[in-house]
Ligand binder design. Structure first.
Ligand SMILES: [Zn+2]
Length: 273
């Protein structure tokens, strides 16, 4: 359960499909940020073989189950075709129930009205909310995306929704969801050196004394550098079996970082249109 040093302590463990969940008041209404776990099922179609009909059906069932838990319409969540890029897109297209999502590694909902998901199993599922505008975003930040600037691209897009003179004002919040921690993520010495050149905070040493990368610490440094108020969900995918981990169990599944807006009094499947 160790992770990067962050401003948030150990988080409570709620029951149900989420390993962590918070509600946030914004100019556009209350939004919810959360991270699913193994209990919610595998959400990634890309880790299921094309011929595995039962496995693909199970992904649909898991996604719909999560949507019922969130109180949003089934099939309405935007899932991305994630490729370890630094590309962020506007969340304009239909939900997964209608068509596969765009190829990108971050999405921004201008008014926070879209339900956004980002899938991971060791990479960081980062969720952002701009309290000043009500806009929301998710980003998939693995080693490559983080070093290539996916978080900066996401923040830039979010803040472009503010009037120019308000870009530096407070209200931008970010959560670093569960990923592999710096004590568990071993990399070659050369890779650590290259990463540290770009984002010094990523340089780490594993629990067994070899070169490592601390992606949560790197993400905190990048996001604080952009003026965000950053919280870290303290859970390591490799150590915590409530979460999927590609390194611990390759191909087993993906969990998600999520952000959505749902009326407090309409948290039933039929109530949140
Ligand atoms: Zn760890």
């Amino acid at each position: 359960m160790t992770a990067a040093e962050g401003p948030v302590g150990t988080v409570p463990v709620p029951a149900g499909p989420f390993v962590h969940r918070e509600a946030v008041a914004t100019a556009g209404g209350t939004v919810h940020v959360a991270w699913s776990g193994v209990a919610a099922g595998n959400l990634g179609l890309h880790v299921v073989a094309d011929e595995d009909a039962a496995g693909r059906r199970a992904v649909g069932e898991a996604r719909r189950g999560l949507e019922r838990a969130m109180g949003v319409p089934e099939g309405s969540t935007l899932y991305l075709d994630q490729v370890h890029s630094a590309d962020a897109v506007w969340a304009d297209g239909p939900g997964w129930g209608e068509e596969a999502g765009p190829t990108a590694d971050a999405a921004v909902s201008r008014d926070g009205g879209r339900t956004l998901a980002v899938m991971v199993a060791d990479c960081l599922p980062v969720v952002l909310v701009d309290e000043a505008t009500g806009a929301t975003a998710v980003a998939h930040a693995g080693r490559r995306g983080l070093l290539d600037g996916v978080l900066e691209a996401t923040v830039d897009r979010l803040l472009s929704l503010r009037p120019a003179e308000r870009r530096d004002a407070p209200g931008l919040r970010a959560w670093i969801g569960p990923g592999v921690c710096g004590r568990c993520y071993e990399v070659p010495e050369q890779m650590r050196a290259e990463a540290a050149e770009r984002v010094p905070a990523t340089a780490a040493t594993t629990a067994w004394g070899t070169p490592g990368l601390d992606l949560p610490a790197g993400a905190v440094a990048i996001l604080r550098g952009r003026g965000a108020d950053v919280a870290v969900v303290q859970a390591c995918t490799l150590e915590d079996e409530r979460l999927f981990s590609h390194r611990r169990a390759p191909g087993q599944g993906r969990f998600a970082g999520l952000v959505w807006r749902a009326d407090e009094d309409a948290s039933t499947p039929t109530g949140a249109a």
